[in-house]
Design a protein. Sequence first.
Length: 273
Amino acid sequence: MADMLQVAAREIRIGFRNPWSYSFMALFSVFSLSLLLMNARGVVDGYSGTTGSMISLILYLLPLMTLFLGSFSLTAEKEEGSWQLLSTYPLGTVSYIAGKYAGLSVVLLTIVAFGYGLMGAVGLAAGAGFALQTYLLFLAFSAGLVLLFLAVAMIVGSLSRNRWQAMTISVALWFFLVIGWSTILIALLGSLPYVWIKPALVFLTFFNPAELVRLFVVVKLGGGAVLGPEYYDWVQWVQGSAGTLVFLGGCAAMLGLSGALVCWIWERRRQHG
């Protein structure tokens, strides 16, 4: 635990010295104020065309930002030789990876909190803020995207040899999971027998953190009807009494599996060079 906390503290210091972090903080702050302008005509409560557009815009920015910062953090250790030095100390791989994840989470969530805090303060002063429940759901949506995509970024950083390779893989994943997902999904499901469509849809959704979090938030905002009949079962369990707990359990399982994969990759490279 002490080793993990030391790694996390080191990562936080490095993160807040990184000019990329402040660039993304400024970008996300401008982005948050833009969302506020979209809401300037009246307080948004529940799901609407405005909140749907906001969710899409958040999906474009946060996953890419997280993939870049997370994967670059690990590849920088390889390029600069920091890991070679750290590996000579009695530092366990699990403690190192967990500390990295915790430190990066603090940096990224601080960026998100600053942007939403600025948006909330300006909205309160201007009298054009969001309804409290909608505001909290957007905050939870953004935090969920950050935490899940940070796990993906750790995998990318573990597999990449340098920052250029990490950037290429990150952009490809972002395009596949965020931009091209609906088109690819329609093409794939259209080639399957009808009885396989719903099970395949459920199975594939759990492999896309952006889609999983988006569906959960849309249903919580009351927009389940726009998802279509294929998602009727999703609407039922999300709105159920245990829906939130099941969702959090699924996210925790994704984080655990991703962390185990990263530790395995890192340990193999530690042993074999």
